[in-house]
Design a protein around this ligand. Structure first.
Ligand code: AMP
Ligand code: MG
Length: 326
């Protein structure tokens, strides 16, 4: 019996051309970006977009980010304002997503879950860029994992994170090595009068504020429809429970540490206390301890500044009890 597993194919010009054709033909392709691996579909093809939601079991009210090759393509997809141009100039290509009024009517309404806005990003990863150039269509690409679970930061993770091609998953996984940023993009909503930080991510809030001034915090979501799926209470969740602000490991726990003072037995997100290194290691280190012989994961405190805010946001949501999942 053959196992239903998508092939992992090293990214080169031949495999990228074939993946691009696959996208144009309405297929699903998993591919690397600098943040995490994405599950891509032609954003103008409603059937393909529907299959992305189905493969991830993602609720259809959670909109997808559209990936494009450059700022000109982003301006064709969504309506830019001066703030958007400043941020695009400062951070694209890179781990920043802008939410703007929809413009390109070819993009499926399902992508933005019925909202009149669109989330767009120009990824910096050379394989993602080459794929977008070859595909010639905007590509809707959420993280290549089941909804609510940990994002994949290496091609091998995708195989364990999604169904195979015979059961609705991607037909191929382009391998571009481990992701260098390791946490998802920062999401900024520019469709309202004041820019709103919807999700902490790979570009720090401090760096964004240095370019455009203060960001408003995400709106309260008590009982309301969530504006961003990254705002769901339980998200990025491993199989084992997570305990935050640990000082040491209790019996049965794996310990994820941070910095030079972490106990020697800790798996260290960054021995030197470097937040970029910790972000890049976060999801793969959680995956590495997410099962026997451990029955829980304890995580030491990470400073709540710069990229540490994205890391702590992921950890807090991952640590939510299971009944708060959506
Ligand atoms: P993911 O692709 O799983 O990393 O998640 C996509 C992120 O982009 C989520 O946090 C979404 O809420 C956000 N997003 C996508 N489209 C929109 C939109 N039109 N308005 C607000 N947030 C969006
Ligand atoms: Mg995701």
């Amino acid at each position: 019996m053959t196992k239903d597993r998508a092939p992992i194919i090293p990214a080169d010009s031949i495999s990228i051309t074939s993946a691009a054709k696959h996208l144009r033909d309405g297929g699903l392709v998993a591919f690397p970006t600098e943040t995490v691996y994405g599950l891509g579909a032609d954003a103008t093809n409603g059937d393909a977009v529907t299959r992305v939601f189905a493969a991830k079991q993602r609720p259809q009210f959670n909109p997808l980010i559209v990936h494009v090759k450059d700022t000109a393509a982003a301006e064709a997809a969504a309506t830019f304002n001066d703030t958007a141009r400043k941020l695009a100039g400062a951070f694209w290509p890179g781990p920043l997503t802008l939410v703007l009024p929809r413009r390109d009517e070819r993009i499926s309404l399902l992508v933005s879950a019925g909202l009149d806005t669109l989330a767009v990003r120009v990824p910096g990863h050379p394989v993602a860029h080459a794929l977008l150039v070859e595909a010639g269509v905007p590509v809707a690409a959420p993280s290549a994992n089941m909804a609510g679970r940990i994002s994949p930061t290496a091609a091998g993770h995708v195989v364990f994170s999604l169904p195979g091609p015979g059961t609705g998953g991607p037909d191929m996984i382009l391998d571009g090595g481990p992701c260098t940023v390791g946490v998802e993009s920062t999401v900024v909503d520019l469709s309202t009068a004041v820019p709103v930080l919807l999700r902490h991510g790979g570009v720090t809030a401090e760096d964004i504020e240095a370019v455009i001034g203060p960001l408003a915090p995400p709106p309260a979501t008590n009982g309301e429809a969530k504006k961003s799926p990254g705002m769901l209470e339980r998200h990025y969740a491993p199989a084992l429970p997570i305990r935050l602000d640990a000082i040491d490991a209790r019996p049965g726990e794996a310990l994820l540490g941070f910095g030079p003072d972490a106990p020697i037995e800790a798996i260290n997100l960054s021995q030197s206390g470097d937040l970029s290194e910790a972000a890049a290691n976060l999801f793969s280190m959680i995956r590495a301890v997410d099962g026997p012989p451990f029955d829980a994961i304890a995580v030491m405190a990470v400073p709540d500044q710069g990229l540490g805010r994205a890391i702590n946001d992921r950890l807090r949501r991952a640590a939510q009890p299971k009944d708060r999942s959506s």
